[in-house]
Ligand binder design. Structure first.
Ligand SMILES: *Cc1c(COP(=O)(O)O)cnc(C)c1O
Length: 401
């Protein structure tokens, strides 16, 4: 059995300096591979018994009463907005420090994304800024748990309740997150998870939509499968009845069993994988301590950080190099990094369509200029992290910021 420890655990041999350090290698074990092979041999590949089992195990893990497995978090965001009855003429508030899918899906639903700035410490939506962005057209708010750090869901929940808004959580980074309102997946009206290749739990591509109320769940299931009244498994399974009605023009958002089996297998190791990322997080903290950089904020009291990213902040005056120079130097040393995120309001499409300018969301913009995500994954070895630490230390100089 090849366990997480053997693919990603503490390594005794140093990584040769020529060997590249990948940004977010997936942690895949022999058990994961066997689970997928079982489905391939089973005679049923698409959405069926494994998807049902994954939904129920995932719902148990996050404490959600309802979960629907989908083929991406983007699909989950789209259906969450539609299930919340967001449509043309409506506005949805979110943060600009996120992946484009968060706002793209607001447009797919026919509504207008309205940005609100982030809290400078947690880099999640600032409830006071969100409150200031509410108009008579606002229908929903999407909170993003940036890098696994929970948003202030307690404040956002009361803001949404006060104004009759749906609270949707973009938990693409946050399967294991607990906010000040409880376990992520159990607190929003709808919560959207991603199982993309780099995320904490991966199915290659995939997503999950959880709901606090069962009211819209049948609609979501049907909308995720062409608008059919009954899915293929209930039609073709032993004892199933053939035939269905098309009750709407739905989408093709269902998760196949091949992926669900991988998700189920990954779910059993989720806590072990988080524990490993916590070790690597501390290793980075110890290694980078004393350098003129700002390290990511730890968990706030009473919450749990899912530790999806390790984004440092590089202030050019203190570090002697700016973020892009550091990224380029690490790249030359074979170390992959990433930026989460270029602020969405300044991306060409959003700036052009909505006329956003520099200075509109100063906290998100300042952070976005400085943030650099270092390699981070349960599949990295101690030696790989040490190599990143040594390379960063070799580039960054000067006084403490
Ligand atoms: C990855 C990501 C998404 C999209 O997830 P997919 O499963 O690839 O659709 C949405 N929001 C954020 C914040 C993400 O990082």
């Amino acid at each position: 059995m090849r366990t997480l420890a053997t693919i990603g655990g503490p390594a005794t041999a140093a990584v040769p300096t020529s060997e590249p350090v990948p940004f977010a290698p997936p942690a895949i074990t022999d058990e994961d591979i066997a689970a997928v092979v079982d489905v391939l041999r089973s005679g049923w590949l698409t959405t069926g018994p494994a998807a049902r089992r994954f939904e129920s195990a995932f719902a148990d893990y996050v404490g959600a009463p309802h979960a629907v497995a989908l083929n991406s978090c983007t699909a989950a965001l789209h259906l969450a907005l539609l299930a919340a009855k967001v449509g043309p003429g409506d506005e949805v508030i979110t943060t600009p420090l996120t992946f484009c899918a968060t706002a793209n899906t607001i447009l797919h639903a026919g509504a207008t994304p309205v940005f609100a700035d982030v809290d400078p410490l947690t880099l999640t939506i600032d409830p006071a800024q969100a409150a200031a962005a509410i108009t008579s057209r606002t229908r929903a708010l999407i909170a993003v748990h940036y890098g696994g750090q929970p948003a202030d869901v307690l404040s956002l929940r009361s803001l949404c309740d006060q104004h009759g808004l749906s609270l949707i959580e973009d938990a693409a980074h946050a399967v294991e997150t607990v906010s000040n309102a409880g376990k992520t997946g159990s607190t929003g009206d709808f919560t959207c998870f991603s199982f993309y290749a780099t995320k904490n739990l991966t199915t290659g591509e995939g997503g999950m939509l959880t709901a606090r109320s069962g009211e819209r769940v049948d609609w979501i299931r049907s909308a995720a499968l062409h608008g059919l009244s009954r899915d293929a498994w209930t039609r073709y399974a032993p004892g199933g009845r053939p035939g269905y009605d098309v009750v709407m023009a739905g989408w093709k958002y269902n998760m196949p069993d091949i992926q669900a089996a991988l998700g189920l297998s990954q779910l059993t190791r989720l806590e072990a994988s988080l524990a490993r990322r916590e070790e690597l997080w501390r290793r980075y903290e110890r290694g980078l301590d004393g350098l003129p950089l700002r390290l990511p904020a730890d968990s706030c009291p009473g919450t749990r950080h899912a530790r999806h990213l390790f984004p440092i902040r590089v202030h050019a005056r203190a570090a002697g190099v700016d973020r892009d120079e550091l990224a380029a130097a690490l790249g030359r040393a074979g170390i992959a990094t990433s930026v989460h995120f270029r602020p969405l309001h300044l991306q060409p499409f959003y700036a052009g369509r909505f006329g956003h300018r520099h200075g509109a969301f100063p906290q998100a913009e300042e952070a976005a200029d400085q943030l650099l995500s270092l390699p981070f994954s349960a599949a990295l070895t101690d030696a790989q992290v040490d190599r990143v630490v040594a390379a960063v230390g070799g580039v960054v100089g000067g006084s403490r910021w």
